[in-house]
Design a protein around this ligand. Structure first.
Ligand code: AMP
Length: 252
């Protein structure tokens, strides 16, 4: 399809290798001097969109990120993987899933994509809401947790990861897809492509330009570390182990 645009929302999150620290007052996670990267599921979404363009199914891939100016870096990475251009919706507000869904809705109204590919969830808030909320706002069909996507003749056929198996759905475009881990393995951005990405178009809007109210609807009351595990006990032999399992743990 010659003029099929794919929009891919990408979030800047704490890098998945970083062991996060909860702030002393329990108000959230300490982001000072922490490495930030593209949400891993969104890298998979960009890769899938770029593959569809390379296969001649799509004509353009547009990455969009909502958040701080630093999200430009995330968008450059998306363009180094192969997105054609990018849009930053710049805001230093705490952007919750409904606000992001509305911002993406406003961007979709301008860009008229046929497919929007979200990550299934952001690894910082683990909300797993934004793609679904966007689909509802648009009144579009959605296939979440995709592990295979085939687009042809104005339809998307999507295999979804479900408990203990897979399910294959067919839906008419325009539609929403959210990515699961096994959909693809994103390519590394090569140096020449990183250089090329610096020259690609990046437009910036503010939420007010898009007429979206991003006021938070939720208040975080407390964030806490998982409970610490207590130290184990060394036993001398199997006899002692069995006795402990019987008398103390009462599991046998
Ligand atoms: P969530 O609902 O927060 O778990 O996020 C699900 C997906 O929504 C992510 O994988 C992204 O594709 C998209 N998303 C969430 N927040 C943002 C954001 N601030 N900017 C762009 N995309 C986002």
């Amino acid at each position: 399809m010659a003029d099929l645009k794919i929009l891919v929302p990408v979030k800047r999150v704490v890098d998945f290798n970083v062991k996060v620290r909860v702030k002393a007052d329990g108000s959230g996670v300490d982001l000072a001097n922490v490495k930030m990267s593209m949400n891993p599921f969104d890298e998979i979404a960009i890769e899938e969109a770029v593959r569809l363009r390379e296969a001649g199914v799509a004509s353009e891939v547009i990455a969009v990120s909502c958040g701080l100016v630093a999200c430009q870096e995330t968008l450059r990475t998306a363009m180094a993987i192969g997105a054609d251009r990018a849009i930053l919706v710049e805001s230093d507000a705490d952007l919750q899933p409904l606000a992001v869904a509305k911002l993406i809705q406003a961007v979709a109204a301008k860009e008229q994509p046929q497919i929007v590919i979200f990550g299934k969830q952001a690894i910082d808030d683990d909300a797993n809401q934004t793609g679904q909320m966007f689909a509802a706002l648009m009144g579009w069909p959605q296939a979440t947790f995709a592990s295979k996507v085939v687009v042809a003749n104005g339809m998307a056929t999507v295999t979804r990861e479900i408990d203990g198996g897979a399910e294959t759905l067919e839906m008419k475009l325009p539609a929403v897809i959210t990515t699961d881990l096994r959909l693809n393995e994103p390519r590394y951005a090569t140096l020449p492509n990183i250089m090329k990405a610096k020259k690609k178009q990046l437009d910036t809007y503010k939420p007010a330009d898009l007429g979206v109210d991003v006021t938070p609807r939720l208040t975080t009351l407390k964030v806490s570390d998982p409970p610490k595990r207590s130290a184990g006990v060394m036993v001398a032999d199997v006899k002692e182990l069995v006795a402990k399992l019987k008398n103390e743990a009462k599991v046998i």
